[in-house]
Design a protein around this ligand. Structure first.
Ligand code: HEM
Length: 344
């Protein structure tokens, strides 16, 4: 057994940098957020695989199959719960990881490309969450799909063609559900897995995690791969315990089955409340397309706003105030709009 483990651990170790300076993997520097995101993605993938054996991607069967998974299938509620909570954790951990990278200056040369790959991963993660929410096929999911796809129609020139490609028909129905199912379990999964491997490989190529000493200075203290793996194992065990606890304590909601005629005014999934709120007062093209695109472009520009070269990677360095203020302002705007929608 130990011989097999010794051979196979090289697969896990291959994704880690060759030398690991202790200062870069200090808990209070990264808070393990990138690793927690990877672990949450793994749990989502495994439990998602289990759910595909019972989920029926048709308008008549989708809602009932989820109720069946929840109430009848052995360990069904556990699989569904773990899948849901791991997916929410993935969004949260990836977002906090982005903030950690900004506030420690981890995006600076040579890591600009990895910043952009990470941003792509965040978009994939949000779409993964949204397409999964749609698969419930309850009134909330149907409404979110209706609003989301109608927003696509607002895009000048290509809107109508994009809408047709997404929905597959003149209006939402069986083709749309099948397409969203395909994106959820295949298209976005391939993009996510490929993106994560590329992100880690790039991290290794860029010399590992940035660290709070000058990049060219002699590094004296290293952590072995065994030690790092042990820390990752402990973190994975703690996160697993938290996910199981959440699954046991909090029942995931599912509304009444979607009907074409009775569309209620439902709240968007929490990740898009900040988009939903301004949509109530502003033109859809501005509130639903241009504003989120603006946030994405602003984030993409962060490494190019700060051209101070490698320097010291420490929390809240004064000389890197511009990206920090930009991120704080964006985060504040997103939180205020989300709260406004919840308290409406
Ligand atoms: C699915 C989402 C993501 C996964 C699984 C992931 C994973 C990781 C891991 C494991 C690390 C090593 C250090 C750490 O834990 O902080 C890392 C570093 C890094 N990530 Fe991510 N990440 C994701 C999303 C993002 C996002 C959204 C961004 C920013 C837009 C980003 C930018 C970076 C950069 C620049 C580094 C190098 C930081 C440094 O050297 O200090 N990542 N990522």
């Amino acid at each position: 057994m130990s011989r097999i483990w010794r051979k196979e651990k090289s697969l896990i170790y291959a994704l880690h940098p060759e030398t690991i300076p202790a200062s870069g993997v200090r808990f209070t520097y990264t808070f393990g957020l990138g690793g927690i995101t990877i672990f949450a993605a793994l749990v989502t993938l495994l439990t998602g695989l289990a759910l595909t054996f019972y989920y029926v991607p048709t308008p008549e069967g989708a809602h009932d199959s989820i109720v069946l998974i929840n109430d009848v299938v052995s360990f069904g509620a556990m699989m569904r719960g773990l899948h849901y909570w791991a997916a929410q954790l993935m969004v949260l951990a990836a977002t906090l990881h982005l903030a950690r990278v900004v506030f420690t200056g981890g995006y600076r040369p040579p890591r600009e490309l990895n910043w952009l790959i990470g941003l792509g991963l965040l978009v994939v993660t949000l779409l993964w969450d949204f397409t999964g929410y749609v698969l419930r096929w309850d009134d909330g999911a149907y409404w979110a799909l209706l609003v989301g796809t109608n927003l696509v129609r607002e895009i000048p020139f290509w809107g109508e063609a994009l809408y047709r490609a997404l929905v597959g028909d003149a209006q939402i129905g069986a083709s749309a559900l099948l397409r969203f199912y395909g994106w959820h379990i295949f298209g976005l999964t391939v993009a996510g897995v490929f993106g994560m491997v590329y992100h880690l490989w790039r991290l290794k190529k860029d010399g590992g995690i940035s660290r709070p000493v000058l990049e060219h200075a002699q590094v004296r203290e290293f952590v072995s791969k065994d030690e790092l793996f042990f820390r990752e194992f402990i973190a994975a065990a703690l996160v697993s315990a938290a996910l199981i606890l959440l699954t046991v304590l909090i029942q995931i909601p599912i509304g009444p089955a979607a009907t074409l005629d009775a569309i209620a005014d439902v709240r968007a999934p929490w990740i898009f409340l900040w988009v939903q709120n301004p949509l109530r007062d502003l033109p859809p093209l501005w509130a639903g397309i241009l504003a989120p695109l603006g946030v994405l472009v602003a984030l993409a520009l962060i490494p190019f706003l700060d051209r101070r070269g490698p320097g010291r990677a420490i929390w809240f360095a004064r000389e890197r105030w511009k990206p920090q203020v930009l991120l704080a302002a964006l985060a504040l705007g997103i939180i205020v709009l989300s709260l406004r929608e919840v308290l409406r």
